[in-house]
Design a protein around this ligand. Structure first.
Ligand code: AMP
Ligand code: MG
Length: 416
């Protein structure tokens, strides 16, 4: 049996990056950039006013404080650029800075006088300096610079910059088509009546929900009765549907209906591993089909299935999306935990932040692999290392949010 870490390495080694695809900016949300993205325009695109106020020339600035300055015209956002003459002009936030402008004075810093004949002047309340309250062209983004590097997952904050720069198409890694096949003659789908001895299929809906949050596309979803033949047919259908990853649940343990290894032999698959020193999820199987599709045989117990998806499928998806291996969070264990050595335990856990900004970890009660309710109360998986027996309170452990983070958290250097 291989270890949890060896299994993670083995699945990563078999994953190859997805091809690039050009997508419209909206459709690309959640996808990972396949190449650096270069700005073709600058932001701002032109010098513009940062405040509502007055555009003054250098000659106006040279006047003594309190000298009246002639005021003529308005430069509003969207107007063609004016040229300042002898008079200053009113200017609105976002308006082009008129030719000949030395500075912008906010409306609050000047007092306007309107004469009986309608002519307007103003005086400055405080001395003004050159170059104030002007947003310079290119101050935010310089045309030709890289705005996002390859490997960036496009999220709403990126969408804003793409829109501002007028970038409508981006080159991203194609999303990964995944099939979900749930084995078990005891399974009943949503809405169907439950008869004695049957259970509702909870793994299938869970996997579909978790996979879509990981950026995968569900290519096929099937319930499969307990027969090797039905399984082989479903795997073939998944391949025809373009699946690059096929997940099956159930039928990989030691029961008489645990036919997945036999079905994989019939399919000519290479079984990379079957069984590992991890709980829950000991019977997990990983194989490569002749088509190159990766197949995970996840055990049917709901927590075994969830751990397999969260750790192994997620690791493969990241690799296929061109992302580096996920970094764990590190949290302080709140109460001691005992375990058998020789097994990596993946435990449902609750993470909380203490008043002194410490990430604290509590292992939840109800770790049995059939128990779904504690999972719904958890927000993280804690990884209890293989070699340990007793883990004391205060021990720092690796843990992972139940839902993988959308943004990458770089490691901050340890504070001195
Ligand atoms: P298996 O791995 O097929 O031996 O199944 C192990 C346990 O998980 C059994 O109690 C199954 O009834 C249960 N199980 C299998 N598939 C599912 C599923 N899709 N949803 C919920 N429970 C399941
Ligand atoms: Mg079964």
């Amino acid at each position: 049996m291989i270890s949890f870490e060896q299994a993670l390495m083995a699945v990563r080694q078999r994953a190859t990056p997805q091809p690039d695809v050009m997508l419209a900016a909206d459709a690309a949300l959640g996808h990972v950039l396949a190449e650096d993205l270069i700005a073709t325009d600058s932001l701002p695109g032109f010098d513009n006013a940062a405040m509502d106020g007055f555009a003054l020339s250098a000659a106006h600035l040279a006047l003594p404080l309190g000298a009246p300055i002639a005021l003529h015209g308005v430069q509003a956002a969207g107007d063609a650029r004016l040229t300042l003459g002898a008079a200053a002009c009113r200017i609105m936030t976002g308006a082009m800075v008129p030719d000949g402008t030395a500075t912008v004075v906010p409306v609050e810093e000047a007092t306007v006088h309107i004469a009986a004949d309608g002519t307007q002047t103003f005086v400055l309340n405080t001395p003004a300096n050159a170059g104030m309250h002007i947003r310079r062209a290119g101050e935010d983004v310089c045309a030709g610079s890289c705005i996002f590097s390859a490997g960036t997952r496009l999220l709403p904050q990126h969408r804003m910059l793409l829109a501002a720069l007028g970038i409508t198409q981006v080159n991203v890694r194609a999303s990964v088509a995944v099939a979900v096949l749930c084995t078990g003659s005891e399974l009943v789908e949503a809405g169907a009546p439950l008869v004695d001895g049957f259970i509702r299929n909870s793994n299938g809906p869970y996997l579909c929900a978790a996979l879509s949050m990981m950026g995968a596309a569900i290519a096929l979803y099937r319930s499969v009765p307990d027969s090797a033949k039905a399984y082989v047919d479903a795997v073939r259908e998944a391949e025809r549907a373009g699946s690059r990853i096929i997940l099956s649940t159930g039928a990989v343990s030691m029961g008489v209906h645990d036919f997945v290894p036999e079905a994989l032999r019939a399919l000519g698959a290479e079984v990379v591993f079957h069984k590992l020193q991890m709980r829950p999820g000991k019977p997990t199987l990983f194989a490569v089909l002749p088509s190159g599709a990766l197949l995970f045989g996840l055990p049917g117990n709901p927590m075994s299935c969830a751990v397999g998806a969260r750790f192994f499928v997620q690791a493969v998806l990241r690799q296929m999306q061109g992302l580096p291996p996920e970094l764990p969070l590190r949290a302080v264990l709140q109460a001691p935990v005992r375990k058998k050595p020789g097994w990596t335990l993946i435990q449902k856990a609750a993470l909380a932040v203490s008043d002194d900004a410490q990430l604290q970890l509590r292992v939840l009660v109800g770790q049995e692999s059939f128990r779904i309710q504690p999972f719904a109360l958890a927000n993280a998986w804690a990884v209890l290392p293989e070699s340990d027996t007793t883990l004391e309170a205060g021990r720092v452990l690796d843990c992972y949010p139940l839902q993988p983070a959308q943004s990458e958290w770089p490691c901050a250097p340890a504070s001195a």
